[in-house]
Design a protein around this ligand. Structure first.
Ligand code: NAD
Ligand code: ZN
Length: 262
């Protein structure tokens, strides 16, 4: 159970913030049915993403990467944004948050209505694919039937380059523009709110410290400890859905004077 005093402190911190930056990890999507990496028994253990170098090096690794990707996609097909995904989208739309940085690749922040220009996907997006040579976008619903019929990993019809899920694999270079934007928001934040990240994947896990060094308060919501808990101003331990359930973030309405004649 999330301690009521922690929920209250979380509520107060968000209400007091004027330049909120939200940072989310795989833990946010477990309540939508998308498994995270590090919780024991995760299906990602049997279907580990293939490191980038191996993907580049062999056709066999590319085939295996696509097989695992489609297996994992099937395990959470139809996942829908949770109430917290929707609440965070509201924070961004209403201007309460200046930006949302995610490590997630599941597309659920977009589905919840988070505006694209306020969303940075540090690890890319697994709902489509790109050619590694020319950058052309490829759709999974086109790739999959061909892959299943031929057993061959897809290649770009334009330049014959290898086509890969549009995620950032271990060993792959971070997307520069995304990192720059995330860094900029982290420096501008007055409150940096981490939700559902183990904070062990770098360089993403550096951002809370960048925010902190530039004057932000750091709040971490997670069911287990993270290496940055000692640096946090508030740690809300427990389930994410429960931490936010029933909290209202509407500003108190200025009721003004009753209209005359009433
Ligand atoms: P992680 O799996 O390392 O950590 C998730 C954290 O969330 C864990 O500490 C776990 O205890 C906690 N958690 C899980 N469910 C929770 C809940 N309901 N309430 C509170 N806490 C909960 O994930 P990460 O830190 O995001 O790093 C993993 C990497 O794997 C990322 O780079 C990400 O790109 C990728 N990944 C993404 C997805 C996704 O898009 N949904 C899923 C798995 C992995
Ligand atoms: Zn190409």
């Amino acid at each position: 159970m999330v301690a009521p005093a922690l929920r209250l402190a979380l509520h107060d911190a968000v209400l007091a913030s004027r330049r909120l930056v939200i940072f989310t990890g795989a833990g946010l999507s477990t309540e939508s049915g998308v498994p995270d990496f590090r919780t024991p028994g995760s299906p990602w253990t049997a279907n580990k993403p293939i490191p980038f170098e191996a993907f580049i090096a062999s056709a066999e690794a590319r085939r295996e990467a696509w097989r695992r990707k489609f297996t994992m996609d099937d395990s959470f097909a139809g996942a829908k944004p949770s109430p917290v995904h929707r609440l965070l989208a509201d924070f961004v739309r209403e201007g309460r948050a200046i930006g949302l940085v995610t490590q997630n690749i599941d597309g659920l922040h977009q589905q919840a209505g988070t505006p694209a220009e306020k969303l940075v996907e540090l690890h890319g997006n697994g709902t489509y694919a790109t050619c590694l040579d020319c950058g052309m976008r490829h759709e999974l619903h086109v790739i999959r039937p061909v892959f299943e019929a031929t057993g061959r990993a897809p290649r770009c019809e334009d330049c014959d380059g290898p086509v890969k899920s549009a995620t950032i694999s271990f060993g792959q270079r971070m997307p520069e523009a995304a990192m720059r934007q995330a860094d900029r928001w982290s420096r501008e934040a007055d409150l940096f709110l981490v939700i559902g990240s183990s904070l062990v994947v770098h360089p993403a896990a550096q951002l809370p410290l960048v925010a902190k060094a530039n004057g932000a308060a750091l709040v971490i919501v997670n069911r287990e400890q993270t290496p940055l808990d000692p640096a946090a101003d508030l740690v809300v331990r427990g389930e994410i859905g429960e931490a936010f359930a029933g909290l209202s973030f509407q500003e108190p309405k200025d009721r003004g004077l009753a209209p005359s004649g009433l």
